[in-house]
Design a protein around this ligand. Structure first.
Ligand code: AMP
Ligand code: GLY
Length: 421
C-alpha cells in the first residue's frame, strides 16, 4: 500500500515508525514531516490545508490511505473532504471532531448524558461572566471554547486574574469568541486514556501520563507536553471499568444519537480523584507526547488496526501490548514555551543510535544540506522501553546528555510521582 501521514510532530514520526513495520506497506509519504521522518519516509513539502493540491498529490501518486495526525485539519473537516473524493482516510469527521473543537459542545454532552466532569457555566458576554465570578470559589478555570493550541485554558487563583482571562478571551485572543466557559477547578491526578473506534465499536487502546508544565515538580507555564510515560500509574481494573461505563459509553451513545459515527482515536483527558474519573476534555487524535510513549509498546500490527477502523472490522482485531514500561522525555529549545531561537543546528544527532528499546522521535526539526536544525519549541522526543520506568528514564537522560546540545533543556523528573516517591 501507499500511505501518507499528515503532520510534522513527534506523534507523526512515531506513527510513521510503526507503519513502516507492516508488510503491507509499499511506500510512505509524510506531509510535510520533519528531519526524523525524512530518514524513514519521503517528506513532501505541501500545505495540506490546500485541499486541492493535497488531492492532486494523492491522486497522482495513487495513495491508498491517508492518516491524519493533528487536530486542526480534523476539526476543519479534512476527513469529510477526502471521503467525498473516495480517498480512504483515518480520523473522525468534522461533526464529531467538535468533541475537541468546541469545549462547550463536549460540556453539553456531559450534562445531557450525566458524564462526570467539573461543574460549569457558559456565558455569552463578559459582564455576565464577571458577575458570576464575583461569588465563585477560587481557584477557578476559565476556557476559550475553540482550538487554541493548548493555550486557551486559564487556571485562576483570584478574581482579578479570572476577570482578565474573560476579557482576553472576549477580546479575541483565541479568535472570535461568542461564549466563555467557566469551570470548577478539579483536584486530583491527570491521566490520558485512549480508545480506538471503527464507527461501530470501540476498543481500549492504552493509557499514559503526560507532564504539561514546563518546570520540574509540575511548576511553571503549561506546554504541549514535556514528557510522558505509559501505562499510567493510576490505571486499575476498577477505574478502567468506570472510565468505560461512566464516560466513554455515554459519549458513544451521544455520537450515535447525533446520527454520526466516530472513526479514529479518541483521547479521553481525565482527572482522577479517589479512583473516580472526571472528564476534563476530549481530543480527537492521539496525544503528543503520549503517542511517542505508547506506540513502541504495541505488539499488534498498527497498520492492520488502522485499516480495520476504516473498514469497520475492528471486532476482528486483538490489540496486544508488550508487558513493559515506556518513558518519553522531550528535549525543548531554551525559552520554550515563550520565544526561542529557530534554525539552530543539532550537530551530534547522528551519533545517537536507535535500537530495539530506544528511539528518538523528531518533533520541531528540519534537514538542510544533510544537517539537522531545530525549528520548533519541542525538538526531540527520547523514548526508552524496559522493565521499569526508572531504568527507562536513566537511559533517556544518558542519551540526552550524550547529545550535548547546548540550546536545549528538558525535565529530569518525568514520572516522579511513581519513580521517586
Ligand atoms: P485542556 O486544554 O482542557 O486539556 O486544559 C489544559 C490543562 O488545564 C489540563 O491538562 C489540566 O491540567 C488543566 N485543567 C483543565 N480543566 C481543569 C479543571 N476543571 N480543573 C483542574 N485543571 C484543569
Ligand atoms: N499531550 C497533550 C495533547 O496532545 O493534547
Amino acid at each position: 500500500m501507499k500511505i501518507a501521514i499528515l503532520g510534522n510532530g513527534g506523534r507523526e514520526h512515531a506513527i510513521a515508525t510503526q507503519i513502516l513495520k507492516s508488510p503491507k506497506l509499499k511506500k510512505l509519504y509524510c506531509i510535510p514531516g520533519n528531519a526524523g521522518t525524512d530518514s524513514i519516509a519521503e517528506n513532501v513539502s505541501l500545505d495540506f490545508y490546500n485541499y486541492e493540491s493535497l488531492l492532486h498529490f494523492i491522486k497522482k501518486n495513487k495513495i491508498d490511505l491517508v492518516i491524519v495526525g493533528p487536530e486542526k485539519p480534523l476539526v476543519e473537516g479534512i476527513v469529510d473532504f477526502l471521503s467525498r473524493e473516495n480517498v480512504k482516510v483515518f480520523g473522525p469527521n468534522k461533526n464529531v471532531s467538535q468533541l475537541e473543537g468546541s469545549k462547550i459542545f463536549t460540556k453539553k454532552i456531559c450534562e445531557r448524558y450525566n458524564i462526570p466532569t467539573a461543574q460549569f457555566g457558559v456565558f455569552k458576554n463578559a459582564d455576565e461572566a464577571y458577575k458570576y465570578l464575583e461569588n465563585a470559589n477560587m481557584p477557578i478555570v476559565v476556557k476559550a471554547d475553540g482550538l487554541a493550541a493548548g493555550k486557551g485554558v486559564y487556571i485562576c487563583e483570584d478574581l482579578e486574574s479570572s476577570n482578565k482571562a474573560v476579557k482576553e478571551i472576549f477580546n479575541g485572543k483565541f479568535g472570535l469568541a461568542e461564549q466563555v466557559l467557566i469551570e470548577e477547578f478539579l483536584q486530583g491526578d491527570e491521566m490520558s486514556y485512549f480508545v480506538l473506534s471503527d464507527g461501530k465499536i470501540f476498543k481500549r487502546f492504552n493509557t499514559a501520563q503526560d507532564h504539561k508544565r514546563v518546570g520540574e515538580g509540575d511548576r511553571g507555564k503549561n506546554t504541549g507536553g514535556m514528557g510522558a510515560y505509559s501505562p499510567s500509574g493510576l490505571i486499575n481494573a476498577e477505574l478502567d471499568k468506570k472510565v468505560i461505563t461512566e464516560i466513554v459509553n455515554p459519549t458513544f451513545k451521544a455520537i450515535k444519537d447525533m446520527g454520526e459515527n466516530y472513526k479514529g482515536f479518541l483521547y479521553v483527558g481525565l482527572m482522577i480523584k479517589n479512583n473516580n474519573p472526571y472528564l476534563i476534555e476530549y481530543n480527537v487524535r492521539m496525544g503528543d507526547p503520549e503517542c511517542q510513549t505508547i506506540l513502541p509498546l504495541l505488539a499488534t500490527d498498527f497498520l492492520d488496526l488502522i485499516l480495520s477502523c476504516c473498514d469497520e472490522t475492528l471486532h476482528n482485531q486483538n490489540i496486544l501490548w508488550e508487558e513493559k514500561k515506556s518513558m518519553c522525555v522531550v528535549l525543548c529549545s531554551n525559552g520554550y514555551p515563550d520565544s526561542y531561537k529557530k534554525d539552530v543546528e543539532i550537530p551530534n544527532i547522528k551519533k545517537i543510535k536507535n535500537d530495539d528499546t530506544f528511539f528518538i522521535y523528531h518533533a520541531g526539526t528540519e534537514k538542510k544540506d544533510n544537517k539537522v536544525y531545530a525549528t520548533g519549541g519541542r525538538v526531540l522526543n527520547f523514548v526508552s522501553i524496559s522493565d521499569n520506568l526508572k531504568s527507562s528514564r536513566d537511559k533517556v537522560i544518558k542519551e540526552i546528555e550524550n547529545l550535548n546540545w547546548n540550546n536545549g533543556f528538558f525535565r529530569n523528573d518525568i514520572g516522579y510521582k511513581i519513580i521517586d516517591k
